[in-house]
Write a protein that binds this ligand. Structure first.
Ligand SMILES: Nc1nc2c(ncn2[C@@H]2O[C@H](COP(=O)(O)OP(=O)(O)O)[C@@H](O)[C@H]2O)c(=O)[nH]1
Ligand SMILES: [Mg+2]
Length: 717
């Protein structure tokens, strides 16, 4: 394959809800681009894109797959993405390297929540979209309903470039109002006839053509002038105007498709090549906020957007050439670590098919093998080039589970395998929580995690067990309390003696510290000699006040007292959870001239603190998450009552682009497997996001249960 120059490259990401037909479309594109001679199908498990065992088993895409077609003297790079929420990581990384999105809408369903999710992401990543209404050949296809749902979701953005002739099982062509032609298909294999528009479609075609011209004129002054003077625009002018509107995110050009019958695929590719951005039209952002142009005559820089371990090849790094020219054998370095890397071989990629090439120009996508330390998000550049590209920001996890190996002996192997999987798929996060003493596995949904389980079993021969993770509770207090504790031991040898009197009170935001307290009805004023304030690792604060008067305790024992308190803060008096937001005033005590030592004061302080804590209106606090659910209105009621059963506090409801949005605050303890429940409640048509908000006291009944559970656990040990 020859090296394509930047202007002759298009990078297109295929988007759309599950089963809209992205993988089938990619197959047809590869066929049109002569990369394959026969089209496979998802059912026959022989598509170029879904080529892994697990994807074929599930008959769906799980990874994002880079592909290409050579078409109209252009290298048409395609990234086929999985549509499901669970596998969103693949799409997010594709946004980083693509310049245009083709958003598929299933004509049987119209706009789905999945469609809306991808449209949102595209806006967020500034990816212009072209819409393909697919499956127009299916029995339940409805052109009208689909347009209606698009109007609701996208307002006036959709602009029809085509309309179908005979949508439904006998779908065999469409009228194109940019070309003013009738494209008729003679077979199910993309054989196209370019015909005059039949009489009965002429009026509709004229009407849509006028609408198209008007929209095309809207985004450019010279086109607008020309339109006012002449009343028409040429084909090239229309394309130009629509292209500008599309890049500005104001226009969604709409095409007709049957990916299965290869109808409309070639036209969509032609339009994309002529109208959509080339890589040169977009600038990439660096970590320090600068912009880098994608051009050939510049130092070579690459960005690795994905890695995978593949049969016969080992670790494969997929990248985009962000600037300059990449040549086989070139030496590059990672500007962040100084690591040197030689690019020994370069491949153009169509799924498993890897074609060796000698050069790739700025804007092109390819892969290489045998890098020493290159991972997703790494920039590699010609030595001396001080450019580091902004990392891909993957969405926050939505599914959290504890994991352990079925066989204790596999525990270490499991950790290693999990960290490899997480390097390949950064939306899988594995961490050992010292606090919970559990390995926590996080991902985008239960299916996502199940894929990990399957891979461990089949690729690494490790069986794992998943179970509900513990919750990171916190403990705090709500009122003032005091306690005295004397630690005394006099058996044999040297004795131990320490006595600590302390007062504790809660730290409440906006309430100033005081040294006046009422204890047993008496006003007490403490004499603060010294204050230390600690931001706790686990959130919240501890303030420690030395109020000792008259040398009751030597200053040299104060660190031991603080240590005793810290010990108890990190293993709270109620349930052993971490404690936070407490002020401690040590105001009196006693020493023994011989027996007092540090350990005595550690123990005295620990016990005094524990006792005071239990009398200070102690509360267990739990992590609360902000949850936002997006659902079709049919399922609104079901989603609401489910949330209410999860102790949710509903903060807002509203509709957005034809869907209902619910905003709620929900305790993490109630969110285990929420993604799974939501999916089954709504037949997979809803989605949600969750984000840590803050800690809040648990309700009394929950506190009771937690205390009881802790007592029982304690007794067990
Ligand atoms: N009738 C019809 N079925 C299609 C079309 N495109 C895809 N399909 C079928 O829809 C299902 C999902 O297709 P797939 O390409 O895997 O969708 P993806 O999840 O978006 O990648 C498969 O059974 C396909 O055969 C089409 O244009 N017409
Ligand atoms: Mg797919």
């Amino acid at each position: 394959m020859k090296a394509y120059s930047t202007n002759n490259i298009r990078n297109v990401v295929l988007l759309g809800s599950t089963k809209s037909g992205k993988t089938t479309l990619s197959e047809a594109m590869l066929y049109e681009g002569k990369v394959i001679e026969r089209r496979g199908s998802v059912e026959a498990k022989n598509t170029v894109s879904d080529n892994t065992e697990i994807e074929q088993m599930n008959q769906r895409s799980i990874y994002s797959t880079p592909l290409y077609a050579e078409f109209m003297d252009t290298k048409f790079n395609i990234i086929d993405t999985p549509g499901a929420d669970d596998f969103i990581g693949g799409a997010v990384s594709a946004f980083k390297v693509c310049d245009t999105g083709v958003l598929l809408i299933n004509a049987q369903q119209g706009v789905e929540v999945g469609t809306e999710i991808f449209a949102r992401y595209a806006r967020q990543y500034d990816i212009p979209l072209i819409v393909g209404i697919n499956q127009l050949d299916s029995e339940k296809a409805s052109w009208e309903n689909t347009l209606e749902s698009m109007k609701e979701a996208f307002g006036k953005q959709p602009v029809l470039i085509q309309f179908p002739v005979n949508p439904g099982p006998s779908f065999d062509g469409f009228i194109d109002v940019l070309k003013m032609k009738y494209y008729h298909f003679k077979d199910d294999n993309g054989t196209r006839e370019d015909l005059e528009i039949p009489e009965q479609y002429k009026d509709e075609a004229e009407e849509l053509r006028s609408a198209l011209i008007e929209r095309a004129a809207e985004y450019d002054d010279t086109l607008m002038e020309k339109f006012f003077e002449a009343g028409v625009l040429t084909e090239d002018e229309i394309r130009k105007g629509i292209g500008i509107g599309c890049r500005a995110g104001e226009v969604l050009p709409v095409f007709c498709l049957s990916a299965r019958k290869d109808i409309g695929v070639k036209r969509l590719m032609e339009f994309t090549i002529r109208t959509a951005s080339s890589p040169a039209d977009r600038k990439a952002r660096t970590k320090d906020g600068k912009e880098v142009e994608c051009k050939q005559d510049a130092p070579t820089t690459l960005f690795i957007y994905k890695t995978a371990v593949e049969q016969h090849l080992g670790e494969v790094a997929y990248f985009k050439v962000m600037s300059g020219e990449l040549t086989e054998g070139q030496d590059l370095e990672n500007p962040e670590t100084g690591d040197k890397e030689r690019i020994s071989t370069i491949y153009a990629v169509a799924g498993k098919k890897k074609e060796k090439v000698t050069d790739l120009f700025a804007g092109d996508i390819g892969c290489t093998v045998k890098l020493r330390a290159a991972k997703t998000n790494v920039t590699l550049s010609q030595p001396g080039t001080d450019i580091v590209y902004e990392h891909i920001k993957f969405p926050a996890s939505k599914f959290r589970t504890a994991v352990k190996a079925k066989e204790q002996k596999d525990e270490e192997k499991m950790s290693e395998a999990l960290s490899k999987i997480s390097a390949e798929d950064p939306t899988i996060i594995v961490e050992y929580s010292k606090e919970l003493k559990q390995t926590i596995l996080k991902g985008q949904g239960e299916q996502h995690i199940n894929i990990v389980k399957w891979r461990l079993k089949n690729e690494n021969k490790i069986e794992i067990e998943l179970f509900p993770p513990k919750i990171s509770y916190r403990e705090t207090i709500t009122k003032v309390a005091t306690a005295n504790y004397r630690h005394k031991k006099q058996s044999g040898g040297a004795g131990q003696f320490g006595e600590v009197h302390l007062l504790i009170c809660p730290i409440v935001e906006g309430v100033e510290a005081t040294n006046r307290f009422k204890i047993d009805g008496k006003e007490v004023v403490l004499n603060v000699k010294n204050k230390e304030s600690f931001d706790l690792e686990w959130g919240g604060k501890l303030e420690f006040y030395n109020c000792i008067v008259g040398g009751a305790i030597d200053a040299r024992f104060m660190p031991a007292i603080l240590k005793g308190i810290m010990d108890k803060m990190s293993e709270g008096p109620l349930t052993g959870s971490l404690a936070r937001d407490i002020r401690v005033y040590v105001y009196d005590g006693k020493m023994h001239p011989v027996d007092s030592n540090e350990i005595s004061f550690v123990l005295a302080a620990r016990n005094a603190f524990k006792e005071a804590f239990r009398n200070a209106g102690p509360k267990i606090m739990e992590p609360i998450y902000n949850v936002e659910v997006l659902t079709p209105s049919d399922y609104m009621g079901a989603c609401m009552s489910d949330l209410q059963n999860r102790r949710a506090l509903i903060e807002g409801m509203g509709s957005d682009k034809g869907f209902e949005v619910i905003k709620a605050r929900v305790p993490l303890a109630e969110l285990y497997k929420y993604s799974t429940t939501l999916s089954s409640l709504t037949s997979g048509s809803a989605t949600f996001t969750m984000e840590f908000a803050d800690y809040q006291p648990v309700p009394a009944d929950v506190q009771e249960k937690l205390l009881k559970a802790y007592m029982e656990e304690d007794r067990d040990e």
